[in-house]
Design a protein around this ligand. Structure first.
Ligand SMILES: [Zn+2]
Length: 283
């Protein structure tokens, strides 16, 4: 299986945590410390209506760009602009005055550059909150950040106690752990050698430790892969970077396992496809 194996690369269609994190890093480099000069809302009908408060952000300074789960949080001092990319959204930094296309619904203009949201399906969100972030209805129930120090092996063991659902479905529950989407759940379970149908509560301490480590590694590898396309997210030409991943199991049904050669299997759990190696992954 060479690097040109077409089944080996998966192009992300829905932005997941690594893609959002790569976007955040690119935006933070370009925008942190800059003053908002103008806001342009071309289409307020996103997943939720863009509130009037967003149109009045001119004059504020973007102090920092943070992330919670898949939400980007622009710290403006007295409140936060909250941006979610939904199913098809992308953000880019462009020179001010760049003509907008059909799906370019929102611009934050900061002097000589602007941040532009393109979202053909309009499941994305642009919101404002002056309140406590942790108490915001969209953020209050989010689980632990998998890349944070708080997500230690002991934490995963603690979280899974008493949980009868399969570990695959457990990993995808954002109320417990945020940002482990369908692709990364399959990939992490493969790395840890855990069968996706294993009941969460049956995982031993040592297997929880291996799985927590595998989740962090899987996400970091994806962020690194995305980092190589960082240039494209912030480039003056506005070309979108393609976020390609070389997957171990995801979307590889019937293809030989990259470790042992056994054909990869596909099953459905909670209406979502799961891919795994029946040889490398044990209950
Ligand atoms: Zn295998």
């Amino acid at each position: 299986m060479g690097p040109d194996d077409p089944a080996g690369c998966y192009i992300l269609q829905v932005p997941e945590l690594p893609e959002v994190e790569v976007t955040r890093r690119g935006i933070a480099l370009q925008l942190a410390g800059r003053r908002i000069s103008r806001v342009e809302v071309r289409e307020p009908r996103l997943r939720w209506p863009v509130p009037q408060a967003v149109r009045k952000l001119a004059g504020r300074t973007v102090r920092a760009v943070r992330r919670r789960g898949k939400y980007l949080l622009f710290d403006c001092g007295d409140g936060h602009l909250i941006v979610h990319l939904g199913m098809s959204g992308s953000l880019r930094v462009l020179p001010s005055g760049t003509p907008a296309g059909k799906h370019d619904h929102f611009d934050l203009v900061l002097g000589d550059r602007l941040l532009r949201l393109r979202d053909p399906r309009r499941f994305g969100a642009v919101l404002w909150t002056a309140g406590e972030l942790a108490a915001h209805p969209l953020l209050a129930h989010l689980g632990v950040e998998p890349l944070s120090r708080a997500f230690a092996p002991a934490r995963l063991y603690f979280l899974t106690r008493g949980q009868r659902i399969s570990i695959k479905q457990f990993l995808m529950d954002a109320r417990r752990i945020v940002g482990v989407g369908n692709i990364y759940a399959s990939e992490s379970l493969f790395r840890a050698g855990v069968h996706p149908r294993t009941p969460a509560r049956r995982l031993s301490r040592s297997r929880c430790a291996a799985l927590a480590q595998a989740i962090k590694e899987t996400l970091r590898v994806a962020i690194r892969a995305g980092g190589s396309s960082l240039r494209d997210y912030v480039g003056a030409d506005g070309a979108a970077g393609e976020f390609q991943l070389r997957t171990w199991v995801y979307d590889r049904e019937g293809l030989p396992c990259r470790r042992c050669g056994t054909p990869i299997r596909r099953i459905v759990q909670g209406a979502r496809a799961t891919y795994f190696c029946p040889q490398c992954q044990k209950r």
